[in-house]
Design a protein around this ligand. Structure first.
Ligand SMILES: C[S@@+](CC[C@H](N)C(=O)[O-])C[C@H]1O[C@@H](n2cnc3c(N)ncnc32)[C@H](O)[C@@H]1O
Length: 353
C-alpha cells in the first residue's frame, strides 16, 4: 500500500475532531456520559493533549476542555447515545461484525466495541496527523492498549497503517483525494494484509465526516463500500444546512477554514442520497427492520436530531440527562438539533466488483 498523497491543508478539518473529543469530555465531566459508561474518554483526551499538536494548540485545548454551553453538552450526549445504541444493536445481532468508521477522529466507540467483543474488527479511517496522533495515544495508554489488544510490535508509526491489531486498525486515506473511493476499498480489502473480509456483516459509520467532502465524492465512497460489502449497514450523523440558520453554520465553518461543502440541506435530502448510493450497489433489504433499533421497514431513512431524541433515545435516559443542567434555551437547542440528522441504510445483496 502506498502512502497516500497529502493534498491541501488538512489542519482546520482535522481540528474539528479535537472539538468533538472535548465536547464529549465536557459531557463526561458533567455526568451526561459517566466514566462507567465510557472509561476511555478521559484517558484518550489526556493522551491526545500530550501526544499531538503544537504548544499553542495544546493551550487552546486545555482552555477548551470545559468551555461549552449546556445545550452543546446535551446535544453531544443525544448524538453519542443514538450512535452508540445503533452500534450496540449491530454488534449484538452480527456474529463477526466489522466496522469501517470514516473520519473516526478520536472517537472512543472503537475501544468500547473492541473491549466488549472478541470477534469484532474495527477500522478507523482518517487524515495523516489524526491517524499518527491517535496511534501514539493508543500505544502509550494502558486502558486503550488493553481494549484493542495491542502488542508492542503492532505499532510502527508509519502511514498509511500506523497501528494494527487483530481487531483494530488505524488507516490513513484522504477521502477527498482523486480516486479515494477505489483506494479506500483496496486499502480495506486487498492490501498486503487485508484488513476486512467482504463476506462479513459490516457497518459503515460516518459522524460529521462526509459533510466535509464534495457531495459526489461522499456518495461515491458510500457506493463503493456498499458494492464491496454486500451485507452492509450504514449509519450517518451529519449536519444538514438548509435555511438561514444552516447558512450561518456554513459561514462559521467556512471562516474556520473547513467549509462543509457536501452537507445536505435536510434529513430527507440525506436519506435520498443514501437511497441512491445503496440502490446503485444492488439489492437492498426492505423487509429487515431490525436495525437500527428505531428503524422503519424502508431500507434507508433519516430523521433530524430533534425527532431522533424521541424516536431513537431511551426515554428514561433522556429524562436523566435533561435534569443535569436544565436548559433555558430550549428553542435554540431544538433549532440546532434540526440542523443535524441521523441517516441509515441497509443492504443485503451480492458483492459488485
Ligand atoms: C468533526 S470530526 C468527527 C470525528 C469523529 N467522527 C467524531 O464524531 O468524534 C471530522 C473528522 O473527519 C475527518 N476528515 C475530514 N476530511 C477528511 C478526509 N478528506 N479524509 C479523511 N478524513 C477526513 C477529520 O480529520 C476529522 O477526524
Amino acid at each position: 500500500m502506498a502512502t497516500p498523497p497529502r493534498q491541501g491543508n488538512h489542519d482546520a478539518v482535522e481540528a474539528t475532531n479535537v472539538d468533538a473529543l472535548f465536547t464529549k469530555l465536557s459531557a463526561c465531566r458533567r455526568g451526561y456520559i459517566t466514566a462507567t459508561m465510557d472509561p476511555y474518554l478521559a484517558t484518550l483526551a489526556d493522551s491526545v493533549l500530550l501526544k499531538g499538536g503544537s504548544a499553542s494548540q495544546k493551550q487552546k485545548h486545555q482552555r477548551q476542555r470545559d468551555d461549552f454551553a449546556p445545550l452543546i453538552r446535551l446535544g453531544t450526549y443525544a448524538r453519542y447515545a443514538c450512535v452508540r445504541r445503533a452500534l450496540e444493536a449491530f454488534l449484538a445481532t452480527s456474529p463477526t461484525p466489522q466496522i469501517i468508521s470514516l473520519g473516526a477522529g478520536f472517537d472512543t466507540l472503537p475501544f468500547l466495541a473492541c473491549n466488549a467483543n472478541d470477534d469484532v474488527t474495527w477500522v478507523n479511517v482518517d487524515l495523516p496527523e489524526t491517524c499518527l496522533t491517535l496511534a501514539r495515544a493508543v500505544a502509550s495508554t494502558q486502558n486503550l492498549r488493553d481494549a484493542v489488544g495491542l502488542e508492542p510490535h503492532e505499532v510502527d508509526m508509519k502511514l498509511p497503517v500506523p497501528l494494527r491489531t487483530k481487531k483494530y486498525a488505524v488507516v490513513c486515506v484522504d477521502l477527498a483525494a482523486d480516486g479515494a473511493p477505489d483506494a479506500l476499498v483496496v486499502a480495506l480489502t486487498r492490501g498486503e494484509l487485508p484488513l476486512l473480509d467482504t463476506s462479513r456483516p459490516t457497518l459503515l459509520l460516518s459522524e460529521c465526516c462526509l459533510a466535509y467532502l464534495p457531495a459526489e465524492q461522499g456518495d461515491a465512497i458510500v457506493s463503493a463500500v456498499a458494492r464491496a460489502f454486500p451485507t452492509v449497514r450504514i449509519l450517518m450523523y451529519e449536519m444538514t444546512l438548509g435555511g438561514p440558520f444552516g447558512e450561518q453554520m456554513m459561514t462559521n465553518l467556512r471562516l474556520r477554514g473547513c467549509p462543509p461543502v457536501g452537507a445536505a440541506n435536510s434529513a430527507s435530502a440525506l436519506a435520498e442520497r443514501l437511497r441512491r448510493c445503496v440502490n446503485e450497489a444492488g439489492d437492498s433489504s426492505d423487509g429487515d427492520d431490525s436495525w437500527p433499533p428505531w428503524s422503519s421497514s424502508r431500507s434507508f431513512d433519516a430523521v433530524d436530531m430533534a425527532s431522533a431524541i424521541s424516536r431513537a433515545m431511551d426515554a428514561e435516559d433522556w429524562r436523566r440527562v435533561r435534569t443535569i443542567e436544565p436548559l433555558d434555551e430550549v428553542e435554540e437547542f431544538n433549532l440546532l438539533q434540526k440542523h443535524y440528522a441521523l441517516a441509515w441504510a441497509r443492504r443485503d445483496g451480492a458483492a459488485v466488483v
